[in-house]
Design a protein around this ligand. Structure first.
Ligand SMILES: [Zn+2]
Ligand SMILES: [Zn+2]
Length: 101
């Protein structure tokens, strides 16, 4: 479900969104209220927004064999389309094996 309504006047119409990196700037043209909404990632295959969020460490091979985690990558998996991959994740977690999509 993706109900978007204005907190101020309650309309779900007359809403304008401008996408910006990680958020959507929403403006209500009915009452003039503005607010930010986190960008909802969607499955590119089925468009569902019920996604499994997986955090995978970004491994950098620094100095020979020494592995160090340099950050975390957020990966969104669709519970429907990527069900198999999610199951694989649960069985054995090997950071860095699956490249981020
Ligand atoms: Zn409004
Ligand atoms: Zn999907």
């Amino acid at each position: 479900m993706d109900e978007l309504t204005c907190d101020n006047c309650g309309t779900d119409d007359h809403l304008r969104g401008a996408r910006d990196a990680e958020v959507i700037h929403i403006e209500c043209e009915a009452c003039g209220a503005t607010w930010d909404r986190p960008l909802t990632p969607r499955c590119p295959t089925c468009g569902d927004d019920d996604l499994y969020v997986d955090k995978r460490p970004v491994i950098d091979k620094s100095r020979g064999t020494q592995l160090s985690i340099v950050g975390m990558n957020k990966v969104y998996l669709c519970r429907t389309c990527d069900a198999e991959e999610i199951h694989r994740e649960w069985r054995h977690i090997r950071p860095g094996e699956h490249p981020a999509k």
